[in-house]
Design a protein around this ligand. Structure first.
Ligand code: ADP
Length: 250
C-alpha cells in the first residue's frame, strides 16, 4: 500500500511522461509525448481511435516498454524502479478486468496477496472495494458471466484495491448503460478528491463533470494541453472536442 508518499519536492507531478515514443516497426504509435499530472488532479486523456491513448497508458503503467523516453510515477522511474513506481498505480485496462475465470472475491484476494497486503489489510480493503464498487451481489459469480457494467466495476475494484495514489483508467465508462454510467462516474468523482487520475473517454460531458484538465493526442502526438476553460465556451468547446477527437458530444 502506498501509505508513505514520496516527499513533495520530487513528487510534485505524480505522473510524468518524458518524450515517450513507441514504434511498431517503422510506425510511430506514440511520438515524443511529454506531459505531467500533479497530485490530486483529474486529467482527461482524449483523442480519436488509434491516436495512441492506450499505448501511452500501457507505457505509463509499465505494461509496455517505451521505444524511447521515460516514465516517472510519484518520482519513481518506471524503467529502473518499477516495483516502487507500480505500488503507486491502479490501472483499469481498456479490456476490463483480468482473471476472467475467477470470481470477484477470488480475483481480488489473489491480487491483494500479490500486492503484499497483510491479512488485516486484505480484509479491510476487500470489504471497502466490494462496497464502493457495489460488488456484493456478484461477489461469488465468475467474472466471465458478468454484465459489462459489473465487469467494469470489478476492474475498478482491482485498480483501487491497494489504495494507490495514482489511477490510470482506460475508458472506464465505455459500453455502460446510463445507470451503470452514473455509478462509475460517481465513484471516479469521489476518488478524484484524493487521487491523481488520468482517464480516457469519448464523452465530453464526462470530461466536464470529472476533469479539470484535458490532454488531447492525435496520431501519436499531443495537440492540446490545457484546462476545460481553455477550450472555450460550451458550444465552441463542443465543436473543438468534435474536431479534435472525431466524437459527437450529445
Ligand atoms: P487508441 O487507444 O488511441 O485508440 P492505440 O494506442 O490503441 O490507440 O493505438 C495507436 C496506434 O498503434 C494504432 O494505429 C494502432 O493500430 C497501433 N497499434 C497498437 N498496438 C499495436 C501493436 N501491438 N502492433 C502494431 N500496431 C499497434
Amino acid at each position: 500500500m502506498s501509505s508513505n508518499p514520496t516527499p513533495s519536492a520530487e513528487s510534485e507531478a505524480l505522473i510524468q511522461a518524458e518524450s515517450l515514443c513507441k514504434y511498431y516497426g517503422p510506425f510511430a504509435a506514440v511520438n515524443d509525448v511529454s506531459f505531467s499530472v500533479p497530485r490530486q488532479q483529474v486529467c482527461a486523456f482524449l483523442g480519436p481511435n488509434g491516436a495512441g491513448k492506450s499505448t501511452t497508458m500501457k507505457m505509463l503503467t509499465g505494461f509496455l516498454s517505451p521505444t524511447k523516453g521515460s516514465v516517472r510515477i510519484a518520482g519513481k522511474s518506471m524503467q529502473t524502479e518499477r516495483i516502487e513506481a507500480s505500488t503507486h498505480i491502479g490501472y483499469l485496462p481498456e479490456n476490463g478486468p483480468l482473471y476472467d475465470e475467477m470470481t470477484p472475491k477470488g480475483a481480488l484476494k489473489y491480487l491483494a496477496r500479490a500486492r503484499g497486503l497483510t491479512r488485516k489489510q486484505r480484509k479491510d480493503r476487500m470489504g471497502f472495494v466490494a462496497e464502493k464498487c457495489n460488488l456484493e451481489e456478484v461477489w461469488n459469480k465468475p467474472i466471465s458471466k458478468l454484465s459489462r457494467g459489473f465487469r467494469q466495476r470489478v476492474g475498478m475494484a482491482q485498480a483501487i484495491l491497494h489504495d494507490p495514489d495514482v489511477l490510470i483508467l482506460d475508458e472506464p465508462t465505455s459500453g455502460l448503460d446510463p445507470n451503470q454510467l452514473v455509478g462509475i462516474r460517481e465513484l471516479i468523482l469521489e476518488l478524484g478528491k484524493s487521487k491523481t487520475v488520468l482517464l480516457s473517454t469519448h464523452v465530453l460531458q464526462e470530461v466536464e463533470t470529472l476533469c479539470s484538465r484535458v490532454v488531447l493526442i492525435d496520431q501519436g502526438q499531443i495537440v492540446f494541453d490545457g484546462s476545460i476553460g481553455d477550450m472555450g465556451q460550451r458550444e465552441a468547446m463542443a465543436n473543438r472536442f468534435h474536431e479534435l477527437t472525431g466524437f459527437q458530444t450529445a
